[in-house]
Design a protein around this ligand. Structure first.
Ligand code: AMP
Ligand code: MG
Length: 488
């Protein structure tokens, strides 16, 4: 069992609360492979007890017994303000198989539920399921989703909805908030346990570091800096980048009111409860950095074990500065790849920024544009390039295209090779909110086929799938603004 902090003030045995008459809503055979589940022809576990396990109704299958399910305690900053103790309010860790922790979300109250009911609704569970699997297929580190199990059990949110349980997998569900919790209590021995556990299981390279805890902090910063650069490169907005929603191993975690950009708006806000736009698309890197500063504060007592207070502070401050470098390097590399550039030239950043400005000004569909750009040929007459039709200011996009073609020629780019490379980094399919919404509404009528279809499509987002062309085009005007709230 990976999460083994001592004492019941760190984690508590928590038994899931059953739901009546559970049924499969969605199941990921790809995620099931990670834990070695045996599946039948229909793609579901051969052992029917797994439905009961994923529902929170049982802890035993023919081959597995989860003897001590746990919920853990964490705290955190929400919307920039210290919020104290927060979770796990509705997530129960069943155990571990093949290095993957198995967590069921929405399986009832835990000792840390505060005022919540410990439940999750079908709508949000489907969104988490689809996006987890889609992000993984995009090559972005994320918690995985094994399944969604539904029930007719009523759950009250803004309206009455029904309950669902999402089973998630990850090598670790430890968050920045876990560190903040013990730091806020000045519980140095738990902080140490947590850091030692992470080093042992997830950052073994830190064992040889001169100062292992400083090494650990740097590595966590690096993983999260790279992560947020990947989000920017696919136009993913997380929506609630509170410190309790940031993974200590650099995974995308806690899918709530997230959204992929349709039209490119640099300041896009996907969470309609985020009125100030703290978590807008363009602020994500800076906010991730802010969260790493919260982690640095929590690490201070650990560094003070081997340094005086002033040195500890300056070492952490210096390490924190490394975030911006890793982020910028990764971002630049990813956007060069998105443009199909195989070499690096000083002017590239300006070229990328000019493009993003033009896309913002004309509200160009982010995913569709980059995919189409791969089909541009270096010798093509600019007037015949179809993507230019998406821009209002033709003069400036023509100038940009001309500079782009010149840039490609400067590295002797070969069109077909570049096209192949671009199509392996610029997805054709992303989880668009309006498509998720259609799948959810059908599922609420007990038709789960659209969820399954999206799962299959988004599991291979770089392939052409010409039979699914309609899923690749930007949403029609009446579906552009699907509003997603925090309630889940
Ligand atoms: P979130 O803002 O969704 O990341 O949630 C913050 C904390 O509140 C997490 O620990 C959640 O597990 C917990 N939480 C969210 N919704 C509920 C709920 N319905 N019942 C109990 N706890 C919840
Ligand atoms: Mg959360």
């Amino acid at each position: 069992m990976a999460f083994t902090l001592s004492g019941d003030d760190a984690c508590r045995i928590t038994f899931p609360s059953p739901i009546p008459n559970p049924y499969w809503v969605a199941f990921s055979a790809r995620a099931a492979k990670l834990i070695g589940l045996e599946l039948s022809q229909n793609g579901l576990p051969s052992d029917p007890e797994w439905l009961q396990i994923c529902a929170g109704n049982s802890l035993t299958s023919a081959t597995h017994r989860f003897a001590s399910p746990l919920s853990t305690v964490y705290s955190g900053h929400q919307f920039g303000v210290w919020a104290g103790q927060l979770g796990d309010g509705r997530a129960i860790l069943l155990g571990e198989l093949r290095g993957q922790e198995i967590q069921i979300k929405g399986a009832g109250k835990t000792p840390y539920s505060r005022m919540g009911d410990g439940r999750a609704v079908l709508r949000s569970s489907i969104r988490e399921f689809l996006c987890s699997e889609a992000m993984h297929a995009l090559g972005i580190p994320t918690t995985r989703a094994l399944s969604v199990v539904g029930s007719e059990m009523p759950v009250r949110r803004e309206t009455m909805e029904t309950a669902a349980v999402c089973t998630r997998l990850a090598p670790s569900f430890i968050r920045i908030g876990h560190f903040e919790h013990f730091a806020s209590l000045q519980d140095i021995s738990r902080l140490r346990e947590l850091a030692d556990l992470l080093i042992r299981d997830h950052y073994p390279e830190c064992q040889d570091h001169k100062h292992p805890y400083l090494g650990l902090f740097k590595h966590i910063c690096t993983r999260n800096a790279k992560l947020v650069a990947h989000w920017q490169a696919v136009g993913f907005c997380h929506g609630v980048l509170n410190s309790d929603n940031i993974s200590a191993i650099g995974l995308t975690i806690d899918y709530g009111p997230f959204g992929f950009l349709d039209q490119f708006q640099i300041d896009h806000i996907c969470n309609h409860s985020d009125q100030g736009g703290r978590y807008a698309y363009h602020r994500q890197p800076q906010i991730m950095h802010w969260n790493m500063a919260c982690l640095a504060n929590a690490f201070l007592p650990l560094l003070e074990l081997s340094h005086d207070a002033k040195d500890a502070q300056s070492l952490l401050r210096e390490a924190l500065e490394g975030f911006a470098i890793v982020y910028a390097t990764t971002w630049q590399s990813l956007f060069r790849q998105k443009l199909g550039l195989s070499t690096s030239q000083d002017e590239d950043i300006h070229l990328i920024e000019r493009l993003l400005q033009a896309m913002h000004d004309s509200k160009v569909d982010f995913t569709h544009f980059f995919r189409q750009l791969s089909y541009v040929q270096q010798t093509q007459d600019i007037q015949t390039i179809s993507v230019r039709d998406n821009f209002i200011d033709r003069e400036s996009i023509d100038k940009w295209l001309s500079d782009y073609m010149y840039r490609l020629q400067s590295e002797n780019s070969i069109d077909e090779e570049r096209q192949r490379a671009m199509n392996s980094i610029n997805p054709k399919y992303i989880l668009r909110n309006h498509q998720a919404q259609i799948a959810i509404e059908r599922a609420q009528q007990h038709d789960f086929s659209e969820v399954q279809k999206l799962l299959e499509l988004l599991s291979n987002p770089f392939d052409e799938h010409i039979e699914f062309e309609e899923y690749a085009i930007p949403p029609p005007a009446n579906l552009e603004k699907v509003e997603v709230s925090c309630s889940s």
